[in-house]
Design a protein around this ligand. Sequence first.
Ligand code: HEM
Ligand code: NAG
Ligand code: NAG
Ligand code: NAG
Length: 316
Amino acid sequence: MEFVVALSFAFLMFPFPSAIGALSENYYDGKCPLNESIITNAVKKATSNDKTVPSALLRMHFHDCFIRGCDGSVLLDSKGKNKAEKDGEPNRPLHAFDVIDNAKKMLEVECPGVVSCADILAMAAKDAVVLTGGPYWEVPNGRKDGRISLASDTGRLPTPGFNISQLKWSFGQNGLSHFDLVALTGGHTLGFSHCSSFQNRIQNFNATHEMDPTLNPSFASKLRRLCAAHNKVRNAGAPLDSTNFKFDNAYYKLLLKGKSLLSSDQALLTDPKTKALVSKFAWSQRAFEKAFAKSMTKMSSLTGGEEIRRDCRVVN
Ligand code: HEM
Ligand SMILES: *[C@@H]1O[C@H](CO)[C@@H](O)[C@H](O)[C@H]1NC(C)=O
Ligand SMILES: *[C@@H]1O[C@H](CO)[C@@H](O)[C@H](O)[C@H]1NC(C)=O
Ligand SMILES: *[C@@H]1O[C@H](CO)[C@@H](O)[C@H](O)[C@H]1NC(C)=O
């Protein structure tokens, strides 16, 4: 009895998502003629006005999936006393929510009440990758939208200070392997990081080193100047890779040269197995693309919700 209580208590405390094989590439066949180009065009249009949109959508999908599964919980707005995921600290840089809103509005005209916000976000993340030159894959659909979104749940996301064992644990909790960890972190080929996310590596690193000695010294000095000069600027930061609007394998090449931003990126080199994968993806763009598409499909199959939201920002 005590054992059962302890087990269900553990489940309540850590309702991590689980992979369910109910998703299908033909999910919308017969339900509505899903016009995927509505989503693709919404992503394209937004990107033509703001080139940071693809990276924002990719990270948004990742953060959605790691909290209660890919159930669109990251899309819900805070309401009354309920502070939603998007207002949790790690999600503060998220933006481009309007892209999902726009696609949803158009899809509601074509197929009212049929296409979940979680599916729209999964497809938009794939479009973001394709649009920046990355691989294409078929997104299995049929996700349901969740009704719960709590800022406090963002504590389940991996943090940039995580070491390799913590990263493996975090991905493992979501049914993802060390292979998925290395492949998906390649998402850092796109986008930007605020100084606060890597400040630990360039200032007061530890008792013997002011800067992280695994960083390339001139790269570290550059980051220091960048962050010091703009200390008072709220948005000071650096691109996650030198070609951060192009989906390529430069992230891995730079990582091997000590030119990654986050401690969690560097941590991928501290285990022989994950390091070998970094080298493989640095060597072969094709191997990276194949792995990324495969691991994205796996991550985006973590499901959780229960309804088809009418408005992605509020529960029905
Ligand atoms: C392995 C664990 C991971 C950690 C600790 C991590 C952490 C971070 C941090 C700290 C930032 C910078 C946020 C900021 O300062 O504004 C960031 C950015 C980003 N991350 Fe990750 N991340 C991880 C994995 C992933 C994965 C799996 C993906 C997607 C598949 C991803 C996609 C992105 C993207 C695209 C950005 C840039 C966002 C933008 O420019 O708007 N990350 N990540
Ligand atoms: C699909 O949506 C796009 C963009 O809104 C539109 O141009 C196109 O005509 C639509 N196609 C069909 C078959 O409805
Ligand atoms: C990672 O960090 C945790 C928590 O601080 C620690 O217990 C563990 O030994 C560390 N693992 C490695 C490989 O450094
Ligand atoms: C500081 O970090 C470096 C590199 O990780 C390490 O070799 C050194 O022992 C650390 N010093 C202390 C005092 O922890």
